[in-house]
Design a protein around this ligand. Sequence first.
Ligand SMILES: Cc1cc2nc3c(=O)[nH]c(=O)nc-3n(C[C@H](O)[C@H](O)[C@H](O)COP(=O)(O)OP(=O)(O)OC[C@H]3O[C@@H](n4cnc5c(N)ncnc54)[C@H](O)[C@@H]3O)c2cc1C
Length: 452
Amino acid sequence: MDLVVAGGGVTGAAVALDAASRGFAVALLEAADWASGASGRPVALVPAGAAGPLRAVAPHLARPVPVLRPSGRAALGAAAGALAGLLGVGGGAAAPRWLPPRAAAAALPGLRPEVLAAGAVRTRDARVDEARLALALVRTAAGYGARVLTRARVTGLLGPGGPVLGVGATDRTDGSAFRVRARAVVLALGAADLPGLPGPGARTTGAASLALLPGGAVPGRSAAVVGTPGGELSLVPADGRWALATTGAGTGLAGLLDLAALVLRRPPAEEEVLGVHASTVAARERGTPAPGLVLLRGIPLAEVRGAAAEAVDDATAGLPGVPPSRTAHLPLVGARGVDAVHPLPPGLPAGTSERLRARHGDGAVEVLDLVRDDPTLGRPLPGAPGVLAAEVVHAVTAEGALDLRDVLLRRARMPRPTAAAARAAAALAAGPLGWDDGRVAREVAATLPASR
Ligand SMILES: Cc1cc2nc3c(=O)[nH]c(=O)nc-3n(C[C@H](O)[C@H](O)[C@H](O)COP(=O)(O)OP(=O)(O)OC[C@H]3O[C@@H](n4cnc5c(N)ncnc54)[C@H](O)[C@@H]3O)c2cc1C
């Protein structure tokens, strides 16, 4: 191997794609499932300046959303200048706009009037399903020949004390140990550490929490990012729900709802919360702590592509004829021909085309092929009108899901599957994954309590 990448969050996946698409032989090892760390966010905002480049390579995953940032008109100049600097242009359609208080309130009536008392600057950001972005990066990297493996925990570096020669790892499906020799190793472990790693270890910026609420919880269609004395709160509408998120010390669901009470006219109650995503976020770090070893963590989503390209440059420094990064213009899996899902097989629930395209892009065609082969797969899971049975089969046959939580939480995005949905999904996954009745029962039991 030229390169081993440890950690299959959005950062490690981006590094693997960058290296594989330059023609390097790459292995990507993930201890659990793709995006099972901080990258598992169902909804993340990418600021306007970086939204365009992301939309160019993954239009189905980076959806435009207007975002209000409460502030007076004077802030407009700074926002426009920052955006123009990032885009290298004067602004155009993406240019920030200042909305006076009344217009801002009309865009997001759910906010308390005092929050918008000075008006708001409106930008056009992108909202991203970060876990599905990581998955698309992995699948695209695999398409360029990367060897990608989940349930593979990196346990140490080969060549201690000298140049790094690869990694030792454990296959968590059977406990066996294996080694991957490589010219260089990139560690993209998020907030996790590796024993014996040179340096002080991971620093964190504290917890990050995200709660999903029903679509009616916040009247309005614009997203908002609001500073409060307790921290910054983002509110983003996505797929008929709202995502409320904050980062910083001492948050968690209770802290998040306290922040929401400061900015929303009708504070959400805990019982309304459909699902929670919480994670420790690593502080930013990028370096080469030993020859042949590159460390990368805490990179904001908007900067991941560029940081991944630099990490590959660092890891391959000294090799002759290293080609430049190609990822700025490389379409990800699903990015081509998002209109290609028509005509739909008959009898599918309303809105299926739009939902499938948002989740899979042109990969929706693969899902619908499953329905054509077996029309019963065109039914939604019980109690989950937004998820077709075919998507469960697709998750385990095309998207690398190995257990029921991989399928329901990170692929189908069901934060709280009902028992009926979990049982139906387990029955669908059982064939392709070779589960017997005992394993099906264990998967259902393991999925339900943990998701509540
Ligand atoms: C609710 C929430 C809000 C956030 N808000 C923001 C924000 O506003 N702005 C921002 O920039 N960022 C934010 N983040 C963080 C952002 O999502 C992360 O910084 C980014 O996704 C990190 O991705 P990563 O790949 O570096 O790390 P991770 O996604 O944590 O990936 C690390 C991966 O490494 C794997 N791993 C660990 N140890 C090993 C090992 N020994 N062997 C193999 N694999 C291993 C883990 O299983 C994990 O999948 C937020 C995160 C959350 C959860």
